[in-house]
Each structure stands twice: as structure tokens, then as C-alpha cells.
Design a protein around this ligand. Sequence first.
Ligand code: MN
Length: 211
Amino acid sequence: MAAPSEALKEAMAARSLTTYRKKRNFRRTPEPGGRRGGAKKGRGKKPVFVIQKHAARQMHYDFRLQVGRALKSWAVPKGPSLNPHDKRMAAEVEDHPLGYAKFEGVIPKGEYGAGTVMIWDTGTYRNITKKNDKEVPITKALKRGHIAVRLDGKKIKGGYALSRIAKGKKPRWLLVKMRDEKADARRKPSKTEAKSALTGRTMQQIKKEEK
Ligand code: MN
């Protein structure tokens, strides 16, 4: 099968962001609108990932991986662990626009996801999903419900596996650190490394300065 054309890719990314747009009022929230643009075309550029700390009704971490022009997204209540024994619940949520990887700020009261958002970690990643020793493209791996990625962030590095454990309207996955040289059961970055990877700010500082 031929690779999808650039135009088709645009169309697919746009459709995947419909839910994102429906949930938000862009006259009220400073979040990116997810219209075209912002996505650099650079072929061969490594895809990005971001982990945003989000003080919504419930504090959680949003784990996002660039796939094409969108960010595949999961809400992870406890955030990523460096201990391969930990299984972290990850609720699949709507795709976000690529520009969201740069968003740090405050979603106003009354808006969807109201609360402070911090870029807790960010960097690039590599898809390392394999089946029977053969590489599996990320889109196929997502459909199958099992992906493995190697993260190269400021705080988080090394392999992580995401496995879908429940399908349906609210798919649930488990995020697990893979056994590699970056595994470290003693390091608890969500506790000890609480500042923004982008600006060095605390949640409190972001809340104050972005008001
Ligand atoms: Mn969130």
C-alpha cells in the first residue's frame, strides 16, 4: 500500500482533533486551537513527547506522543514510574494538536480541564515496538494496543511500554517502565523533580504568573 499523501495526512490529523476542539472554547482558554500550522514539516525529524503536570479537579500527568501531526494522549494519575514493577494506569484521552507540546499555563475556571498546566518533561522519542522481532509502525502498534517507546527527555529516559487493558468508549492502558539501564526503583521524579522542564517554574509560580 502506498504511503498516505500529505493532504490525506492533514485530513486525518484534522479529524482526530475534532473532539479536542469541541470540548474547548478558544475565546476563553489559552490552549492552542489546533488549527493547521504549528506543526513543522521536517521529514526525518524525531517525534516529540511531553508529560504535562495538570492540576485539574484531580492532579494528574498527561502523557503525549507525537504521531504524525497530532499528540496521542493519556491521563496518568500517578505519572510515570522508573520502577519496572510499577504499573501506572493511563486513561486514553482525545488527541491534542502538536502545538500543545509547548503549552504551559492556566486553563481558566469553568473551562474544560480548568487548572494549571506545567511542561513537567519533554523531549523526543523513538518507537521501539516489535513483534516476532519485526518493527511495528507506531500507528499499527496503537491499533493493536501495545506500544514500546524509548524516551529521551530531561527527566525521563529509556524504554516504556503502554498496553491497552480495556477497550470501548474509555480505553484504559498500563504504562510500565521497561527493564533497561535507565530503570531506577529509588528515583521518584514526580516527587523530587517538581519543576517545569521548560521554564524551571513550580506549579505555584505558573499559577501566579499566568493569571
Ligand atoms: Mn489533563
